[in-house]
Design a protein around this ligand. Structure first.
Ligand code: GNR
Ligand code: NI
Length: 176
């Protein structure tokens, strides 16, 4: 397993439309293992393959919402290969989103509150499930990455430029 470098804005690779996985192989499973290691290390609750430079339609998510008696997060790893969204709810919900490719920047984004998702798991088996809450939000955020969209692309140009300026400033401070 390996922690992979995370691609950050304004890297043009984040604008790539990722291509479907045609067969789930050992190579796919190795990438997925590396994606989980990278996501847990970051730490983040989701990661799309393009965020580690691989333009394939693969996502990993772990909300880690549950804790054990010692207060340590209980792992709940979920893999989504070639995911599709069906039947998004008319009801929207606003969540303050962040992204490992836009480090330390957050903004309110409105998305459908619940969605039905269809996807393949790491064994190539198909799943279909109605998802809501943070999982629905996170899945939609990750699926945007597969289309080359980052959450700040949902903001007005003025708000997006504000976030990008703050990010540049934080990077300059870090480099100094
Ligand atoms: O770690 C992450 N947190 C998060 C918070 C709210 C909505 C979406 C996310 S996903 C993000 C990790 C990431 O960049 N995935 O692409
Ligand atoms: Ni992201």
């Amino acid at each position: 397993m390996a922690i992979l470098p995370i691609v950050e804005v304004p890297d043009p690779r984040l604008k790539t439309v990722s291509t479907p996985v045609d067969a789930v192989t050992d190579e796919t499973r190795k990438l997925i293992a590396d994606m989980f290691e990278t996501m847990y290390d970051a730490p983040g609750i989701g990661l799309a393959a393009i965020q580690v430079g691989v333009p394939k339609r693969i996502l990993v998510i772990d909300l880690q919402e549950e804790e054990d008696e010692e207060g340590n997060p209980i792992k709940d790893p979920r893999v989504f290969i070639n995911p599709e969204l069906i039947d998004p709810s008319e009801e929207l919900r606003t969540y303050e989103e962040g992204c490992l490719s836009v480090p330390d920047q957050f903004a309110d984004i409105e998305r459908p509150d619940s969605v039905t998702a269809r996807w393949l798991d790491e064994n190539g088996e198909q799943h279909e499930e109605r998802l809501d809450g943070l999982l629905a939000t996170c899945l939609q955020h990750e699926m945007d990455h597969l289309e080359g969209i980052v959450f700040i692309d949902h903001l007005s140009r003025m708000k997006r430029n504000m976030v990008l300026k703050k990010l540049e400033k934080a990077r300059r401070l870090k480099a100094a």
